[in-house]
Design a protein around this ligand. Structure first.
Ligand code: MG
Length: 444
């Protein structure tokens, strides 16, 4: 059982993820990556510079050659793995979490995020005794200044800039008062768009809105799209790896549908399987089916997606909260490349017209109390109905039916089994959740 690693890196508030702990963790990560060449990037959180200093010091002390990318978005840092071929990357960011949180996100030399399972090796090193480098072999840090520009130029090579420019799209960008402001506005400027900017001042207090781009947090964006008659709106999360959107009428477009549209655009160009987590809407299955393609499911968590992406077959990989991996560019979710690809599609027709091609699903969430040790047995006891088109068991049990689906999986943090269903009506989704809550409650 992982001790420090969570679903994506080592996360904690400043009293847990202290500079002392960050130094020790960086030493361990440096040793794990064979005391080689390590990239380091950080976000704008108030504790990030302090933790960043500790990380640089930890890496140098075990003899690593450090390349400091400085203040960058997460996708920019991960893109630089492709460019600079390091042995590993540490990003100091807590993504969409509240401002008092921070985290060390660890990526290997192949661009794959280190999962909880792989992180156990690093945890053993953290808890053990780390041998320092000899005094005359201590590592050095070199600053690298052009990561954001390099990333930006790469994105612009992957879309038809002239086509987007010609359409002169009007867009509202919500940068979450975070690092997305380093690249988002400049990207859309170069795509010839007319910009309205929200929360584009970088501020670790996150004064404009919480960094998680949920519907209730981005009302200002939805309103601004309506008021300004914009073509669409984009809201990034705090570190820029994922987006949600507003359509031309200011309707909220959830992350699942951002991924579904990305998948449609990709499959129009190139056929192959899609990869997503077991928590993602069935709309992905619908898009894949239209092109005669498969959906491969993973456990919930970005590292599992990048592990699957690294196998090389999938044409697009994504998660329900609006993170999309374009494997031709990197094995990391990139909220800027995703935004540019969607802008390219909007040069052809409005966002609502694209999205009307997919069915709309309603979702309902439930839970059943269960002790941690009995959860797996309870879940196993549930009979699989014949009407299930697909049964996925990588993380709990997910049953896909012709126009609905349900998943029941153990919570990692609470003594409950979570039940989640989607269907073409709210009533049908409710009925599914109730049915499985009842069965799980009675099992054992
Ligand atoms: Mg993020």
């Amino acid at each position: 059982m992982a001790k420090y690693f969570g679903t994506n890196g080592i996360r904690g508030k400043f009293d847990k993820l202290t500079p002392q702990f960050a130094l020790k963790a960086a030493q361990a990560i440096g040793v794990y990556f064979k005391r080689g060449k390590i990239l380091v990037g950080r976000d704008h959180r108030l504790t990030s510079p302090t933790i960043h200093n500790a990380v640089l010091s930890g890496l140098e002390s075990v003899g690593c050659e450090v390349i400091d990318l400085g203040l960058v978005t997460t996708p920019t840092a991960e893109f630089m793995v492709e460019k600079l071929h390091p042995d590993g990357l540490i990003i100091i960011t807590s993504s969409h979490n509240p401002p008092e949180w921070n985290a060390l996100k660890v990526i290997d030399g192949a661009g794959i995020a280190v999962s909880k399972e792989r992180g156990e090796k690093i945890e053993e090193l953290i808890d053990g005794k780390i041998e320092l480098s000899p005094w005359d072999k201590v590592g050095k840090t070199v600053d690298f200044y052009t990561a954001t520009e390099d990333h930006l130029e790469d994105i612009l090579l992957r879309v038809d800039v002239e086509k987007i420019k010609k359409r002169k799209l009007k867009v509202v960008l919500d940068c979450a008062n975070g690092v997305p402001a380093l690249i988002g506005p400049e990207l859309f400027e170069r795509l010839g768009c007319d910009l309205i900017l929200l929360n584009d001042e970088i501020d670790g207090h996150f004064p404009g809105r919480p960094s998680e781009p949920r519907e209730e947090n981005i009302h200002n964006l939805l309103q601004a799209v309506q008021d300004s008659d914009a073509d669409f709106g984009i809201a990034w999360d705090g570190d820029g790896d994922r987006i949600v959107m507003a359509d031309e009428s200011g309707n909220f477009i959830v992350g699942d549908r951002v991924f579904a549209l990305s998948a449609l655009l990709k499959l129009n160009e190139k056929k192959g399987p899609l990869v997503t987590t077991v928590a993602t809407s069935k709309v992905i299955e619908d898009v894949a089916k239209r092109f005669g393609q498969e959906v491969i499911y993973t456990k919930v968590g970005a590292p599992y997606l990048s592990e699957e992406a690294a196998k090389g077959d999938a044409v697009l990989i994504g998660e329900e909260v609006g993170g999309v991996i374009w494997p031709e560019a990197s094995l990391a979710k990139d909220g800027f490349l995703t935004a540019a690809k969607i802008a390219e599609a909007l040069a052809e027709k409005p966002l609502s017209a694209w999205l009307s091609e997919f069915p709309f699903y309603y979702n309902v969430k439930g839970k059943v109390p269960a002790e941690f040790e009995e959860m797996d047995a309870k879940i196993k006891e549930i009979p699989i109905p014949e009407s299930a088109e697909k049964v996925i068991t990588v993380d709990g049990v997910r049953l896909n039916f012709p126009d609905s689906w349900v998943i029941f999986r153990p919570s990692g943090t609470e003594p409950v089994i979570r039940v989640f269903a989607e269907a073409t009506s709210k009533a049908a989704a409710h009925a599914l959740v109730e049915k499985y809550e009842k069965m799980l409650g009675q099992s054992r």
